[in-house]
Design a protein around this ligand. Structure first.
Ligand SMILES: [Zn+2]
Length: 464
């Protein structure tokens, strides 16, 4: 009886134990591993990667992390594009469970494209864009990709486009404003007024009719008016064409008037002086150079000017306005320049021109009355100064070559019998104007002279 009881107890115990073991195994086996967050994470390059880890659950119940051990393999480098794998291995009781997370580091941001204009203007005639359009493209991953920018031209738009190595495209549109067609032009060829010396030939230069882009229009131009070059007087020639205002040219037939021209050049010698000298040579005209030492490497040209028969005068060594701070300061600057002239030509000069002319007012802010004082002292020392009565306007900061030519050719009619013309020979615009000016002035029969101490005085009114 006792034996039987013992057996029953043993069997019961085994059954209970088995039950407990089966329960335990079932519980362990029910555990499921999953990722916190998405299985596949998409990250923008350079963004921070945060590992969200894993979770082990049984049904809805989260198993405490202290009950298992996690090891992790793999890493994510967000500074390099690519697909990264993180492998988690969980040891939970007798089980080993693996799960994998995929992290993709992508560049999904388009390059930063900068264009310095939103709208541009197109020249109607040349079709060229008038503005200087600058652009740049900077990509968060590729860096500077300005060289990859392509420009497409649409109907009325410029499209700037750039693609980064990941295929992200940025683009910017710049609107093109088309200029309207410039109107037709009807203008005289040659000078107006035109001067003709009695019994010389009047050459009809005609007129031109062009579209706004300068293309000749085939329209007949009717010219009327007679010029009798055997009789002194003023004549008018008129030019007409369809639908345009009639143009009139004044032709002055006059007897030869021996006007004397003194070409004077200030502020050099400089980079363009050679060109001036060549033009003077071409017409065999002599001029006067009021020289400086502003461009020392061209100092040797003073000798060249002198050897070609041009006159040399002092302008200033430095061309700094502080030479007007005292008589002594002025004379010191003057003497140093005259010393250079002596070195270059073998002799001192006794003619000069005040920087700014004798009527300059800039000297007032240095010393009251200083120009009067200098003029007096320099005269006592035997020096003679010259101003001008015709400015070529070449130093006004806005006259180009054609304007300089026009200034001189128009103003020369109204200056006195002694015409002292002011130029600046270091300027390119001036150097290019000399040839055409001389072509016309020599044709008009003027005489050219250089200045010396006994030349007719041309003085402005001293203003300080
Ligand atoms: Zn000057």
């Amino acid at each position: 009886m006792k034996k039987k009881y013992l057996l029953i107890s043993l069997i019961s115990f085994i059954i209970i134990l088995l039950g407990v073991i089966i329960f335990y195994v079932t519980q362990i086996n029910r555990a499921k591993l999953s990722l916190v967050g998405k299985t596949e994470t998409i990250l923008e390059v350079y963004d921070e990667y945060k590992d969200e880890g894993i979770v082990l659950k049984r049904g809805k119940k989260i198993i405490k992390p202290s009950k298992y051990k996690v090891t992790k393999k793999g890493n994510v480098d967000t500074s390099n594009l690519g697909t990264y794998k993180i492998k988690y291995t969980v040891k939970y009781s007798y089980r080993t469970i693996n799960i994998e997370r995929i992290v993709k580091v992508l560049d999904q941001t388009g390059p930063e494209l900068t264009v310095n204009f939103d709208e541009v203007d197109r020249d109607f005639c040349s079709k060229k864009i008038k503005q200087n359009v600058a652009y740049s493209a900077l990509d968060n991953y590729d860096g500077d990709i300005t060289n990859n920018v392509i420009i497409e031209e649409g109907e009325d738009v410029l499209i700037y486009k750039v693609e980064d190595s990941s295929g992200n495209i940025s683009s910017k549109e710049v609107k093109i404003n088309y200029g309207s067609k410039p109107s037709n032009k009807f203008y005289l060829n040659g000078s107006n007024p035109t001067h003709v010396i009695v019994n010389n030939e009047y050459q009809e230069k005609g007129a031109s009719f062009t579209d706004g882009c300068g293309n000749k229009l085939n329209k007949e131009i009717k010219i009327s008016g007679e010029v009798d070059t055997s009789v002194e007087g003023t004549y008018y020639v008129t030019y007409e064409t369809d639908g345009q205002k009639t143009l009139t040219r004044k032709v002055i037939v006059e007897h030869y008037t021996p006007k004397t021209i003194y070409l004077t050049f200030d502020d050099g010698p400089g980079a363009n002086t050679i060109k001036v000298l060549n033009a003077l040579d071409k017409y065999n005209v002599k001029a006067t150079f009021f020289v400086t030492n502003q461009f020392p490497k061209y100092q040797y040209l003073i000798a060249e000017e002198y050897n070609k028969g041009h006159a040399i005068g002092v302008h200033t060594l430095t061309h700094k306005w502080n030479i007007y701070s005292s008589l002594e300061a002025y004379i010191s600057d003057f003497d140093q320049m005259n010393e250079i002239i002596k070195n270059q030509t073998g002799s001192y000069t006794n003619i000069f021109r005040f920087p700014g002319g004798s009527s300059n007012t800039v000297s007032r802010s240095y010393k009251t009355g200083v120009v009067t004082e200098i003029a007096q002292e320099m005269t006592n020392r035997g020096y003679v100064y010259f101003d001008w009565n015709l400015s070529s306007g070449d130093a006004d900061g806005k006259s180009g070559t054609q304007q300089i030519i026009n200034n001189v050719l128009n103003r020369v009619n109204s200056c006195s019998a002694h015409c002292v013309i002011l130029f600046h020979d270091y300027k390119a615009t001036t150097a290019n104007a000399i040839d055409p000016i001389l072509a016309e002035l020599t044709k008009r029969g003027y005489r050219f002279e250089t200045l010396n101490a006994s030349s007719p005085t041309v003085h402005s009114k001293i203003a300080n």
